[in-house]
Design a binder for this molecule. Structure first.
Ligand code: ADP
Ligand code: MG
Length: 559
């Protein structure tokens, strides 16, 4: 047996680790399962190139709770370690890594928000355990090793009996952390972090119907049918899907597969997504993923169901701020990239070149997909418009690049249910909807009921009236006014409509000149002129002898 001192200058590193990582205790399991996965995938690689002359087989990772012994076991069938490798990888390399981490990030670590993104690897085990054992047998023909450490810099290393290849990590869970001996808690963590990891993870067993058994149905003398109960068998309970849709080729997937994966990601969401975007790039950065446009229904839970960020199929976070442009955070799905630096603060992320590229790649892909949906099936695109417009309009406002692309497919619906692109609208109205300064005036309504009579008046004159009712539309109008030449938006009931009425239109006044004068004076007294405009007999219909309107600028101030 070897006894030794772990190579650290800090007298006792574990209380420090524990303190700094306190807010995110639970990540220890993700880290240990990541190591087990790495060890398995390393073996896969070594056997495939013929360097490890062993059978790869169908290795899995097992998580086991020993409630009585207050222990949690994580067992893999990966490459394992020789005693020498334990010395090297566990005692030296990694410990100094942890020390370096603490030196480097002690200040940053105080902001516990970012700590969750630090993979402290093996040492995170000491956040929940007062003693950790490693029993490991390398794929190389060497004796197994047993390493024990109780959280002080001292460790022991001795030969072990283990005969099967792989590593078993045993955590002696502390009293404070006994939640991690609860089956429901561990299952919750496995589902949260490991649901799509590439090696099957076994957690207990479950009963299923025996697929080789067909229940017999018998008919008694009265003609009543009875079917015998299905035969049950016990199988391993594998908690993950090692081959999630985003790791596959788009050509191998049907719409149905994408929809099924959506349900796998968001089991509480029953609406089907509107469409998906498969992301796949390997230069100049690596990124895969699938994004979905959700249907905007009342049961859409923006808090619960978010885009999930993975690194090599390990869940990292569902806070994708900075990585996905803000207007796309309303989408769903997964992004998997080993190139996103996770161990840094948000402000750094926003300035990071790779992250910026990722964000603009995603923006471009989304715009391209929308464009192709629009080009390939405009009718369907129009049907979806109400659900997707908020994302698109928000994107047009916040990302110039997106604005430029969206110009081709952003739609402007009319009160009659027609959908125009900007260019189509322009062509439809350029000849008839200009004001005296030759400016194109785009009329719009926001409420077809309240503005009914104005809409009818405008339509009677042959004008197009858009129906723009989304919450950010006033900003979008401003944006368009700023970027298109010589246009302005005017609400259909605003004073502008008057400017459009052709001069030779004959208006039949129902009031005599005298009556008009009297009425005018009266109205001036009761209606504050800085807020409203009074127009006598502007309307063609016989609805009213005069109209009170609010100037456009006043109206927008309220929005
Ligand atoms: P990292 O995973 O970032 O390298 P860790 O602290 O998680 O850092 O692990 C340190 C090293 O210990 C690993 O690189 C690996 O060589 C070794 N190791 C950890 N767990 C296992 C395991 N289950 N099987 C084989 N080797 C392991
Ligand atoms: Mg690790």
């Amino acid at each position: 047996m070897t006894k030794g001192n772990i190579n650290v200058s800090v007298e006792n590193i574990f209380p420090l680790i524990k303190k700094f990582l306190y807010s995110d205790h639970e990540i220890f399991l993700r880290e240990l399962i990541s190591n087990a996965t790495d060890a398995t995938l390393k073996l896969k690689h070594l056997t495939s190139i013929g360097e490890a002359k062993v059978e790869y087989g169908n290795p899995q990772i097992e998580v086991k709770i020993d409630k009585k012994g207050k222990k949690l076991h994580i067992i893999d069938q990966g490459i394992g370690m020789t005693a020498e490798e334990v010395e090297k990888y566990i005692n030296q390399v990694a410990f100094s890594g942890a020390e370096e981490f603490l030196d480097k990030y002690k200040d940053a670590a105080k902001d516990s928000g970012i700590i969750g993104h630090f993979g402290l690897g093996f040492y995170s085990a000491f956040m929940v355990a007062n003693k950790v054992e490693i029993i490991t047998k390398s794929y190389k023909d060497e004796p197994a090793a047993h390493w024990t450490c109780d959280g002080s810099p001292e460790f022991t290393l001795e030969p072990a009996e283990k005969t099967e290849r792989g590593t078993e990590i045993i955590l002696h869970i502390t009293e404070d952390d006994k939640e991690f001996l609860e089956e429901s808690r561990i299952r919750e963590l496995l589902v949260k972090y490991n649901k799509f990891m590439p090696v099957p993870i076994k957690f207990g067993t479950k009963e299923i119907n025996d697929p080789d058994f067909t229940p017999k149905t018998t008919t008694d003398k009265d003609g009543k049918e009875t079917t015998e109960p299905h035969k049950k068998i016990t199988v391993d309970n594998i908690i993950n899907n090692p081959n999630p849709a985003w790791t596959k080729q788009p050509t191998d997937l049907k719409d149905e597969d994408y929809n099924n994966f959506y349900r796998e990601l968001y089991p509480m969401q029953f609406e089907e997504p509107l469409f998906h975007i498969h992301l796949n790039v390997d230069y100049p950065f690596n990124l895969t993923g699938i994004l979905y446009f959700p249907k905007m229904t009342n049961d859409l839970n923006i808090q619960r169901d978010k885009i999930q960020l993975y690194q090599n199929q390990v869940f990292v976070t569902d806070n994708v701020e900075g990585i996905v442009p803000e207007f796309l955070t309303m989408l769903r799905g997964v992004i998997d990239s080993p190139d996103i630096p996770l161990n840094v603060s948000r402000s750094y992320l926003q300035a990071d070149g790779a992250v910026k590229k990722i964000s603009s790649y995603i923006t471009r892909k989304v715009a391209d997909k929308l464009k192709s949906l629009f080009n390939n099936n405009r009718e369907d695109f129009e049907k979806k418009w109400d659900d997707i417009k908020i994302v698109i309009e928000y994107g047009m406002l916040s990302e110039e690049k997106f604005f430029e692309k969206a110009d081709a497919f952003a739609l402007y619906p009319t009160v009659d249910g027609k959908y125009y692109t900007y260019d189509e609208l322009y062509n439809a109205i350029k000849a008839k909807q200009t004001d005296k300064d030759d400016k194109l005036v785009i009329l719009y309504a926001s409420d077809t009921d309240a503005q009914h009579s104005y809409i009818e008046t405008a339509k009677a004159k042959g004008y197009e009236v858009l129906l723009l009712d989304s919450p950010i539309v006033s900003h979008l109008m401003q944006k368009l006014e700023g970027s298109k030449e010589n246009i302005s938006f005017a609400r259909v009931d605003a004073d502008h409509i008057d400017n459009l009425i052709k001069k030779d239109d004959t208006k039949i006044s129902k009031l005599s000149e005298d009556e008009k004068k009297q009425l005018d004076e009266l109205l001036k007294e009761v209606i504050p002129s800085e807020k409203f405009m009074v127009q006598l007999e502007t309307m063609d219909s016989d609805a009213a002898p005069f109209m009170i309107t609010q100037p456009e600028f006043m109206r927008r101030m309220k929005e």
